[in-house]
Design a protein around this ligand. Sequence first.
Ligand SMILES: [Zn+2]
Length: 242
Amino acid sequence: MSDLRPNSEIAEGIHWIKDIYVNAYIVESGEDLILIDSGFNKKAKPILNYIREELESRNIKKILLTHHHADHVGGLHHLHNHLHTRIFSSEQDALYIKGEMKRPPPNNFILKPLYYILRPLITPKPVTQIEYVAEGEIIEDENDVGFEVHSLPGHTMGSLGFLKNNVLFSGDAGVSKEGDVELGVKLFAENMNVARASLVKMSKLKFDLLLSGHGTPILEDAQQRALEAVERLGLDEDLFEE
Ligand SMILES: [Zn+2]
């Protein structure tokens, strides 16, 4: 697509919202909207502004969360409180989103102590009403095919991907970078080996568009880019077999 830019409709009924450096996506569902992740901003400003300006202030009826990291769930508390939206995540990542467990520190010995000092300030307000979904389940879209849930752990141990038609919302399990697919950043990854295995798993799903948590969406041949990443990173499947 020639004029691919954030805060626009990038595929039919799918809108890309960029909140500083993290992506959220809005999927139209009849008169309603379904949100993939809730951005960084605590008041979900970029998302709500866009919906007001471009989508006639339509109602967000579901929020699907790829993982618990603060930059992906920042607006959740605000949206949930104001709109009473249904929220879906993995049971594992819900522990953090609900505030039952504290988010782990970054994998960097210099940043770690700083993180412990800042954590109270940067931790999003917990949201407790979460519906758990797992591998193989479908989150319904009453007006279209639903979202297939795929477990893609590693970046966080409860990371999920959502596949709808030929579109994969991958969170940080596999992210786009200059047209290629990469692993999510190591700094906040919970288990890189598991993440590598998940990238192999992801590369076998059937999708053409990759809408990831960071980077510019890939709008064609995205599965091919994922297969190339597996090759480039030397992620031989045998590495992961028990
Ligand atoms: Zn993340």
